[in-house]
Design a binder for this molecule. Sequence first.
Ligand SMILES: Cc1ncc(COP(=O)(O)O)c(C=O)c1O
Length: 152
Amino acid sequence: MNEWGNGLIRSWNDAGWYPAPQHTGAKIARYTGADSDEVIVCDTTSVNLFKVLVAASRLRPDRTVLLVERGNFPTDVYVTSETGNLLGLEVLAVEPDEIIPTITELGERLAIVQLTEVNYKSGRVCGFHKVRDKDFSKSRTPISESPGQRFH
Ligand SMILES: Cc1ncc(COP(=O)(O)O)c(C=O)c1O
């Protein structure tokens, strides 16, 4: 209450509000296998998914395929599908077990891999770090959270 009532907008700096998304994310990161600077807590899942897809596509503007797992959360499927279309990417959905072989197969066509750490229906754990840490000589740029279905 003191931060709000007395600190007012000064609390963004004085009470550490600005870095709170990074600090909170770093605490969660240890439970996911991510590095402390790879998780951030802000906005809603759908808004964050949109932002991260756009940002990731700009890292690889020459690449054309957005790869996702089948069977993911419905709003994630919708956001991913429509954002992929907006970005002019081909959205390719494969079974979870086909993710790693498909990354290898796509090579330099691969722009983004979107994975969900825990499937909302089955509880299946993806093991994001296993994909992230694998050495794909021509690929790279996997991103986590949220997933997809439908597509092709
Ligand atoms: C895996 C997953 N993705 C997306 C959402 C949607 O989140 P939001 O409404 O915050 O965008 C949820 C909500 O429970 C979820 O569990």
